[in-house]
Design a protein. Structure first.
Length: 306
């Protein structure tokens, strides 16, 4: 009878020990599951939003849960108080996180985020910013418009310029003839320089007839010496270039004009292009001088006004 009682008591103790072990194994599993749920929840604030004390408590709870699970799996019954305290700490942390999550939801409900304004990009709708061009007229209306503009503006402007050019040549040709002599050159050459800005005055300022010549004389006062240098050097350079061209073309052997015609033609074309460039520079010097004097005159007027 004593042996039967001892065996029954041992069986009861074994069942109690087994139930205690199962409870100890379930507690770490529950703690780990709660920790995984908290870490995987996207609405729970991250470690940068949680205070340092709460973060340290969470790390301690996680470390205690790991230690308790390891000790229980090894069969050590001495870690049961640590496991229970870790479970209590994890439950408290979970409650605080739930409260924080609920407060965040309430703030979002009270202050909903404003929708972002749609960007206004011109290339998304190019027709919105592109002006609509009028429908082009046909061929006959276009010809009529060109003819009307020519008769009202261009033709009158050309007649005005031709008159100024004729007056300029009537005044310049005798002065050029006097410049060929020795003694009259000192009087004729300054007079020739005074009328060099007549055509730019007619083109840019709209001066007519003798008014263009008078305008040129007014602008050239005190500027004739500065204008004379490029004027004379361009004339001298043109004459020297003509002499070089004649010398080169005459020096070409006569056999090349029949056998190697490319060389004389290339030399002739080169001299023609350079001569045209020199003529264009001579035409641009009066225009550049007129614009410079006009800008200088406006600057002086503005300085005197101040």
């Amino acid at each position: 009878a004593n042996q039967q009682q001892d065996s029954q008591q041992q069986q009861r103790q074994g069942l109690q020990t087994q139930s205690q072990r199962q409870q100890q194994q379930q507690q770490p599993d529950d703690v780990m599951q709660q920790r995984d749920d908290v870490l995987q929840d996207p609405e729970v604030p991250g470690w940068w939003e949680v205070p340092r004390e709460q973060r340290n408590a969470q790390q301690a709870a996680a470390a205690a849960a790991d230690v308790s699970s390891t000790s229980v799996s090894a069969g050590s019954p001495l870690q049961q108080p640590a496991t229970s305290s870790a479970a209590v700490t994890a439950a408290a942390d979970n409650k605080q996180q739930q409260q924080h999550k609920q407060s965040g939801k309430q703030q979002q409900q009270q202050h909903p985020p404003q929708p972002a304004a749609a960007p206004t990009l011109p290339w998304l709708n190019p027709m919105q910013h592109k002006p609509r061009l009028p429908k082009p007229p046909g061929l006959t209306p276009s010809i009529a418009m060109v003819r009307e503009a020519w008769s009202k503006q261009v033709a009158e402007r050309l007649r005005q310029l031709w008159k100024v050019d004729i007056l300029f040549n009537i005044r310049a040709l005798p002065l050029q003839a006097l410049c060929l002599a020795v003694l009259p050159v000192f009087w004729a050459f300054p007079k020739l320089l005074e009328i060099q800005l007549a055509l730019p005055a007619a083109v840019l300022a709209g001066a007519k007839g003798t008014a263009a010549l008078q305008r040129s004389q007014e602008l050239m006062k005190g500027f004739k010496a500065s204008y004379a240098w490029p004027f004379v050097w361009l004339i001298v350079l043109g004459r020297a270039f003509d002499l070089v061209r004649e010398f080169v073309l005459v020096s070409i052997p006569s056999r090349w004009w029949t056998d190697v015609i490319e060389v004389p033609l290339a030399a002739t074309a080169f001299f023609v292009v350079v001569r045209l460039l020199l003529l264009r520079v001579q035409d641009l010097v009066p225009l550049a001088a007129y614009l410079y004097l006009q800008r200088k005159k406006r600057a002086a007027a503005a300085a005197s006004a101040l």
